[in-house]
Design a protein around this ligand. Structure first.
Ligand SMILES: [Zn+2]
Length: 159
């Protein structure tokens, strides 16, 4: 099913298949989503500070995505089998995905340490660190990196 946005005429997307909620993906459009069953439309309330959302004030949700994508990318660079094992273990052991790891770095840490050679876990964690390093000015991301890699040298990093 394809619906046009009533405001900007762009395509509406059902982010959560089966939900019946169709979202506008246009970031500058104030239309949020329509409940297809009832036709009820939802729009953002326009406020001064939602109109300019620079990369410097990312909210919680984009950071979860950023961290999740960094983990995926790091795992993919190690090969499909490692990617599959980690994501499967996250799901089976914790009912989690890589996108939950910003809040729960210990899940990823436990999966890496419990299922792989230390060298593999180290490479993954280094690779994630390399990708996310430039975002470490966000407290939550810095905290994530610290929690992920509290091995020896970085254990007491002046807190
Ligand atoms: Zn729209």
């Amino acid at each position: 099913m394809k619906l046009p946005c009533p405001d900007c005429r762009g395509d509406l997307v059902e982010f959560d298949p089966g939900s019946g909620n169709y979202h506008c993906t246009n970031p500058t459009c104030n239309f949020q989503y329509v409940e297809a069953a009832s036709g009820k439309e939802h729009r953002r309330t326009i406020t001064a500070d939602t109109s300019i959302q620079g990369a410097n004030n990312l909210g919680k949700k984009p950071k979860r995505i950023l961290v999740g994508l960094a983990i995926e990318s790091a795992l993919m660079s190690m090969g499909h089998s490692i990617f599959d094992r980690v994501t499967t273990k996250l799901r089976d052991d914790y009912g989690a995905t890589v996108f939950d790891c910003l809040e729960k770095p210990k899940y990823l840490k436990a999966v890496l340490e419990g299922n792989f050679e230390k060298s593999v876990a180290d490479v993954v964690s280094k690779s994630i660190r390399a990708i996310l390093g430039e975002f470490a000015y966000y407290d939550s991301i810095r905290q994530f990196l610290e929690d992920l890699g509290d091995e020896g040298d970085s254990k007491h990093s002046g807190k």
